[in-house]
Design a protein around this ligand. Structure first.
Ligand SMILES: NC(=O)c1ccc[n+]([C@@H]2O[C@H](COP(=O)([O-])OP(=O)(O)OC[C@H]3O[C@@H](n4cnc5c(N)ncnc54)[C@H](OP(=O)(O)O)[C@@H]3O)[C@@H](O)[C@H]2O)c1
Length: 330
C-alpha cells in the first residue's frame, strides 16, 4: 500500500491500471536455476553490449530493450550470446513497463542529449517504478559530476538533473562513476600524441586523473547490477594516473621516450573551449570536440576526482592499466 502511494505520488500521469504490475513483479533472488533478470537499455551500444556480455557471463538473464527495426549486428550477436531481445517503443511508458516486468534491476547504457538522458531515462525510470523493479542504474559512467559546479559540462549537467529526479523515485539507485574510458587515450582524447611522442596537458602535471577501460566499467556494472546491496554511488578507476604517469606509460608501452608538452594553464584550455564552441555550428552531436575538451578541463581541475574508490568491491575483477591500453594501439 505504501509502495503504491509512493508510485502514484511519483508518477501521477502513469495509468492506474499499470499499478497492478507492481503486485505481479517480484525481485527474484539469483540462483543458477532461477537467474536474476536484468533489463538493459542501450545494449546495442559500445558500453551496453559489453555490460550484456558480462552479465551473461555471470549467469544473469539479460533482457535487452532495443528500438523497433534496429538492424545493427549487435542485435543478432546479443541473441546468439543468449540475451532476450525485446523491441520496445522508448516513447511509451506502458510498453517499457511491460518490458521491465519481473526484473531485479534496470540498467541504462543509453547515450544522448536531453531527449535521451532526461526524457528517455525518465520514461524508463517511471516504467521500472510501476513494474516494481527494485533497482535502477542510470547511464552515468563518467567523472564525479556531483563535485562539479552546474554549468561546467553540458553532458554532465544532464546526468546531475536526471539523478535529482532519480533520487525522488521510490527505487534503489546506484550510479557507476569511472572517470574517463582509458580506451580514449589511444585516439580520441588529445592527450597522448603518438606521432609527436608527447603527452599534452594544461595546468598541473601532477594532478591525479581517473581512467577505466570500457570493458572493466562494463564488468563492474554487471557485478553491481547483480548485487542488491550497492550504495547510491560506486566509484572505480582502473588506474589513477598523473600526466607524468601517462608519460611513463606511453614510454613503456611503445619503447620510445615520450616528453611532456604543457600548452599552458587551465585558463588557456577554457578559452580554447569557448573559441571552438563559437566556431562550430550548433549540432546535436553528443560528443562534439569541445565536449571532450570540457571533460579534460574538468579532470585537470581535480574537482571530479573519484574518492574513495570501490575497486575492491568485486575482487574477481582485474583492472586494466593505462600502459596495457596504450600498448594495444596499432
Ligand atoms: N567516461 C567516458 O569516458 C565515456 C566515454 C564514452 C561514453 N561514456 C558513457 O557511456 C554510456 C554509453 O555510451 P556508449 O559510448 O556505449 O554509447 P553508444 O555506443 O552511442 O550507444 C548508445 C546506445 O543508446 C541507444 N540509444 C541512443 N538513443 C536512443 C533513444 N533515443 N532511444 C533508445 N535507445 C537509444 C543506442 O541504440 P541504437 O542501437 O538504437 O542506436 C545504443 O544502444 C553513456 O552514458 C556515455 O556518456 C563515457
Amino acid at each position: 500500500m505504501v509502495a503504491k502511494r509512493a508510485i502514484e505520488k511519483f508518477s501521477p500521469s502513469v495509468f492506474k491500471s499499470l499499478i497492478l504490475a507492481e503486485d505481479k513483479a517480484v525481485s527474484l533472488p539469483s540462483s543458477k536455476a532461477n537467474p536474476a533478470t536484468i533489463v538493459l537499455a542501450g545494449a546495442t551500444g559500445d558500453l551496453g553490449f559489453r555490460i550484456a556480455r558480462a552479465l551473461l557471463k555471470r549467469g544473469a538473464a539479460v533482457r535487452a530493450l532495443v528500438r523497433p527495426g534496429n538492424t545493427k549486428p549487435e542485435v543478432a550477436q546479443l541473441r546468439e550470446l543468449g540475451a532476450e531481445l525485446v523491441e520496445v517503443d522508448f516513447n511509451s511508458v506502458i510498453a517499457l513497463t511491460q518490458a521491465c516486468s519481473g526484473a531485479a534491476c534496470v540498467v541504462s547504457a543509453l547515450s544522448g542529449l536531453r531527449d535521451v538522458i532526461m526524457d528517455g531515462q525518465k520514461r524508463l525510470l517511471d516504467a521500472a517504478v510501476v513494474a516494481g523493479v527494485p533497482r535502477f542504474i542510470p547511464s552515468d559512467f563518467c567523472i564525479d559530476y556531483t563535485k562539479l559546479p552546474a554549468g561546467s559540462n553540458r553532458n554532465l549537467d544532464l546526468r546531475r538533473e536526471f539523478n535529482q529526479r532519480l533520487d525522488q523515485a521510490p527505487i534503489q539507485a546506484t550510479s557507476v562513476l569511472n572517470g574517463m574510458f582509458t580506451d580514449l587515450l589511444t585516439g580520441q582524447a588529445p592527450v597522448v600524441l603518438f606521432g609527436l611522442k608527447r603527452v599534452m596537458y594544461y595546468g598541473n602535471a601532477d594532478q591525479p586523473l581517473d581512467f577505466t577501460t570500457t570493458s572493466d566499467t562494463a564488468e563492474f556494472t554487471a557485478a553491481a547490477a547483480l548485487d542488491p546491496t550497492t550504495p547510491r554511488y560506486l566509484r572505480v578507476a582502473g588506474e589513477v594516473a598523473t600526466v607524468r604517469g601517462l608519460q611513463r606509460a606511453a614510454t613503456d608501452a611503445t619503447g620510445q621516450p615520450f616528453k611532456l608538452l604543457r600548452v599552458g594553464p587551465l585558463g588557456v584550455l577554457g578559452v580554447l573551449i569557448k573559441v571552438t564552441k563559437a566556431l562550430m555550428p550548433t549540432s546535436d552531436d553528443v560528443f562534439p570536440p569541445w565536449q571532450g575538451m570540457q571533460y579534460l578541463h574538468n579532470m585537470f581541475t581535480g574537482l571530479p576526482k573519484l574518492a574513495p574508490l570501490d575497486n575492491g568491491r568485486y575482487p574477481e575483477i582485474r583492472w586494466t592499466s593505462v600502459r596495457e591500453v596504450l600498448a594495444t594501439r596499432k
